[in-house]
Design a protein around this ligand. Structure first.
Ligand SMILES: C[S@@+](CC[C@H](N)C(=O)[O-])C[C@H]1O[C@@H](n2cnc3c(N)ncnc32)[C@H](O)[C@@H]1O
Length: 520
């Protein structure tokens, strides 16, 4: 494995060219140094093994106690490429295209001659160039279905170009038997399988004798196992073999990020005891149970039954809880693992059908999506409008509050100097509320906690400033505010220091900018 970023040898400190092949987290300049370094590296080497579980299938369990923040896995992708639904992007660097330059051979958009000649575009270019009629790329802001075939094609082309990677890819779970009668299957048939076989007339490497089209298997593997990453600010997808072995939990104990070489890096967010599973989350931690389970069923082909999903209170967060219109009690599902179960008030006899809840949630979801994310007034009035119908921690309230917390103080027209006292106080209040929630569903060194702690400390400093300048607190009290903020800042920096945008000096930049903004 080649170390392209120039990390020093873990044994002698000289420039190193190789990774430890097991954990890919430390670097060596030679086999000799790796041998010498093994004794000290062994206790830190990849700390999990893959076993089989009756419910999860293959899953990763810790082979020793793992500390919060520890790197548990670093690995390069087997393959990466555009997401299934994407606007036209460059097939070389995956940047969004504004200037419609097309590849000379295949006529797909590329942003430069370098991108046209980039290695990963060469094989696909030959296949795409065979299209029976020319493709058109005119609207660069609209999702373009001719991109749906690109990543599956890149996977299929591994069969010839890199048989070892192909075998590794095929070893991943496809859920082919679960996909066959779904809407997703029909979409894949039309936009990917027929597109490649009929429109591009590509049959090479596709065995006619296979009971299920290999292209459907590839689509299944992509859906079940892919990770989303950013390439030149564009969301793309990648397949990582070992990372795919982590089972899902709606309250995970790991988080992941990517480095500039598209390596995935998993870190423990909490201590994980030897023998316990390493859990990733395949869904959105702040979503309610019904939405998370629906997403997991549609794209990962299983219903989650974790502790959080089984608990009507969602581990005491109330992310799914409604307020009773009759008595202001709390309305929760009588069985969250049964999507048709009744919802009942905890105080009176009021009850609602599952389909009424679903209808209400769909309506609220649509309303929230339609609000201008950059206009906080619409989100503030959303929170006020539904305060008698949704628990303060209901998923839609949480989504609106989280968006506002990130917007206040950080966006044009809403920098701290532009905010009213009430807005700053709301930011602090919501950060505290959301942190209590994060403590229950994504504790420890999670990205959610890091982000909230960072926003909280900035909000507290802004609050102290505005209160002091209006003579509403003493200098001493202001110092107490600042001390509290420093504690949160230290913890936030510790959590966020490995996030890609923070690592390359981003955290220092952010702090400098913030100090200037708050004039401290
Ligand atoms: C990324 S793969 C994980 C590796 C997979 N278990 C295997 O054997 O290859 C995702 C699949 O693992 C299974 N899985 C992961 N977490 C699960 C969970 N919490 N409950 C049930 N199935 C789970 C599901 O079949 C899911 O589609």
């Amino acid at each position: 494995m080649i170390n392209e970023v120039g990390n020093p040898c873990a044994n002698c400190g000289k420039p190193a060219k190789q990774f430890c092949s097991s954990c890919k987290s430390v670097f060596y300049c030679s086999k000799d140094c790796q041998k010498k370094g093994w004794k000290s590296h062994k206790p830190h080497c990849r700390p999990f093994i893959v076993q089989t579980h009756p419910v999860y299938g293959r899953y990763a369990i810790a082979t020793r106690d793992i500390k919060p923040g520890e790197v548990v896995l670093r690995e390069p992708p087997i393959v990466y490429g555009p997401k299934q639904c994407t606007v036209p992007i460059c097939l070389g660097c995956h940047k969004r295209i504004s200037d419609p330059r097309l590849c000379k051979r295949c006529k797909y958009p590329v942003c430069s001659p370098e991108c046209e000649n980039i290695k990963h575009h060469q094989d696909e270019c030959v296949v795409l160039a065979k299209a029976s009629s020319p493709l058109t790329f005119s609207d660069f802001d609209k999702v373009n279905p001719s991109y749906e075939c690109i990543t599956p094609l890149r996977c299929l082309l591994l069969k010839k170009s890199d048989p070892k990677k192909w075998e590794t890819f095929l070893d991943l779970q496809s859920h082919i038997e679960d996909i066959q009668d779904t809407e997703l299957f029909k979409v894949n048939q039309r936009n990917i399988v027929d597109f490649i076989r009929i429109f591009l007339e590509y049959e090479d490497g596709i065995e006619k004798s296979d009971d299920v089209d290999i292209l459907h298997r590839i689509c299944g593997i992509l859906s079940t196992n892919c990770f989303e990453l950013l390439d030149n600010s564009q969301r793309i997808r990648g397949i990582y073999y070992s990372a795919a072995m982590l089972a899902h939990n709606c309250s995970p104990n790991t988080k992941h990020s990517f480095d500039s070489n598209k390596n995935i890096i998993f870190r423990a967010t909490q201590g994980i005891q030897k023998g316990k599973p390493l859990f990733a989350t395949y869904s959105h931690t702040l979503w309610d149970t019904h939405s998370r389970r629906k997403l997991l069923k549609t794209f990962k082909f299983f219903y989650c039954t974790c502790k959080r999903c089984s608990d009507p209170t969602e581990l005491g967060t109330n992310l799914s809880t409604l307020i009773c219109s009759k008595c202001s009690g709390e309305i929760k599902s009588t069985d969250p693992l049964d999507q048709n179960a009744l919802w009942k008030c905890s105080k009176c006899d009021h009850q609602l059908l599952a389909k009424q809840i679903k209808w209400g949630n769909d309506m609220l979801n649509e309303e929230l999506r339609s609000l201008g994310k950059l206009d906080p007034r619409t989100m503030e009035s959303f929170i006020k409008r539904y305060r008698k119908a949704l628990h303060k921690n209901h998923r839609f309230n949480v989504e609106a509050k989280y968006a506002l917390v990130k917007l206040y103080g950080n966006s044009p027209n809403y920098y701290y100097k532009d905010l009213e006292r009430e807005q700053i106080e709301n930011k602090v209040k919501w950060c505290r509320e959301l942190l209590c929630l994060a403590e229950k569903i994504d504790p420890g060194k999670s990205l959610l906690r890091g982000t909230l702690l960072f926003e909280l400390q900035a909000g507290i400093v802004a609050q102290a400033k505005i209160l002091l300048s209006n003579d509403l607190i003493t200098q001493e009290k202001a110092a107490d505010y600042m001390n509290e903020a420093v504690g949160y800042l230290q913890e936030a920096s510790e959590i966020l220091k490995h996030e890609p945008e923070m690592e390359a000096g981003g955290l220092d930049e952010k702090l400098k900018w913030l100090s200037k903004e708050l004039e401290i």
